[in-house]
Design a protein around this ligand. Structure first.
Ligand SMILES: [Zn+2]
Ligand SMILES: [Zn+2]
Length: 413
């Protein structure tokens, strides 16, 4: 474990400067050695032989920059069944990158959206906000990527870039409306945005993440939502080595929370409702793991946690876990985006505990979790599926059968 990995990442608001230019210039510096490594190593880097050609490759990739019709997998009602459908991707602008999607993973949010749990989506719906692929085209002004690089796209594809939150690297909280990756108003092309259950995406480079060469690309896709969603509270509440960290629910998000917090040197404890996940939690590096129904364990753990994260995707009474926090500590809910159930003001007041919310993380922080995972050799546990298995995978996720992410293999689609 290295010291710099344990430092809280501070995001400074740089007033009076163009934040995006600042980020881009910083990214270019960081990307230079990365591109050099890309050519030295993997076979896939060799396939992207243009990687060092720089802006010249933008002209060569002329066709890739044109507007295109792309194969996608869409649902047209709340049944959760998917079928192939053609969607349009815009022509790449000067700051856009075109990414051929190789792996797209299934997040529970995709299921909530498709089922209409958060209100009726716009159909056809093409979900997917965890994707990794190869850059096949770069606009003339793109400096963060070159053709052949690997790139990821997470939960958002644009924001205003000018409001106080965007200037503080909080694009997910943009005061003028974040453009989310799917089922969101598309402010560039009109209509709605379409996500990663597709062969290709066009996105401004500011919202594309660099994926280091040599990593497990399919296992990195879930970092784009599950990884950042759990990393952001760990970072914001500044979890320290040796501190006791509780993870409630161990699905896609929860298993990432365990791996990331273990890499931070925390003492990780998992609470699950599924018996066979206890052994998995310990294998991921958790020190202890319990069933919620284990009353003895709940009693034993009272007042013992420095930070807890709840990743359970449905509402449930949270006070039982608030009781496990030390004085003044926080339980962060990242899973249940519904009315909070069962919190008791008296008990929370007695322990001066906080119940907090958190939603994904900004682009800089997302890059940070990708780099952290690469450095520590962390990736999601996953099962590869083909696009015709999306509907079946949705059902398995709801039935808690996923171990721990279904990743759609677009390279075989
Ligand atoms: Zn998600
Ligand atoms: Zn903004």
């Amino acid at each position: 474990m290295c010291q710099s990995c344990n430092d809280k990442i501070e995001f400074l608001t740089r007033e009076g400067e163009d934040r995006r230019n600042f980020l881009r210039n910083g990214a270019a510096l960081a990307a230079a050695p990365l591109a050099a490594t890309a050519l030295a190593g993997t076979a896939s880097a060799q396939e992207g032989g243009n990687a060092l050609a720089g802006t010249a490759s933008a002209q060569e990739s002329g066709n890739a920059l044109e507007a295109s019709e792309v194969q996608a997998w869409a649902t047209n009602d709340t049944s959760g069944s998917f079928a192939p459908q053609t969607i349009k991707r815009r022509a790449a602008g000067p700051k856009d990158v075109v990414i051929e999607i190789m792996y797209a993973s299934i997040c529970h949010s995709d299921i909530h959206t498709a089922h209409g749990d958060w209100g009726m989506p716009t159909f056809p719906l093409v979900p997917g906000h965890e994707m990794v692929g190869r850059v096949v085209g770069v606009g003339a002004e793109v400096i963060k990527f070159r053709e052949g690089d690997y790139a990821g796209v997470g939960c958002m594809v644009d924001s205003c870039g000018e409001c106080a939150n965007c200037l503080a690297d909080r694009e997910q909280n943009c005061l003028n409306g974040t453009t989310f990756t799917y089922n969101s108003e598309d402010k560039v092309s009109g209509g709605v945005t379409y996500g990663g259950y597709s062969k290709k995406i066009v996105v401004t480079e500011d919202f594309a993440l660099r994926i280091p060469p040599g990593v497990d690309l399919a296992g990195f896709a879930p970092l784009l939502c599950a990884g950042i969603t759990t990393f952001s509270p760990i970072n914001h509440w500044d979890l320290k080595p040796g501190e006791r960290f509780g993870v409630i629910g161990m699905g896609g998000l929860g298993h990432m929370a365990v791996k990331l917090a273990v890499a931070k040197g925390a003492e990780v404890v998992v609470f699950t409702t599924t018996e066979d996940k206890i052994a998995d939690a310990l294998a991921f590096g958790a020190k202890e793991a319990y069933l919620w129904t284990d009353e003895e364990a709940m009693k034993k753990n009272m007042g013992s946690f420095d930070l807890m994260v709840s990743t359970v995707p449905v509402a449930y009474p949270m006070q039982q876990f608030m009781n496990l926090l030390k004085l003044d500590k926080t339980l962060v809910n990242v899973g249940a985006l519904f009315p909070i159930e069962g919190a008791q003001g008296m008990l929370m007041g007695f322990g001066r505990q906080s119940l907090a919310g958190s939603m994904i993380g900004g682009i800089a922080e997302t890059q940070a979790v990708i780099d952290f995972a690469a450095h520590h050799g962390i990736a999601a546990d996953y099962e590869l599926i083909s696009p015709d298995q999306i509907g079946e995978a949705f059902k398995k996720v709801v039935n808690k059968e996923a171990r721990y992410r279904y990743v759609i293999d677009m390279t075989k689609a």
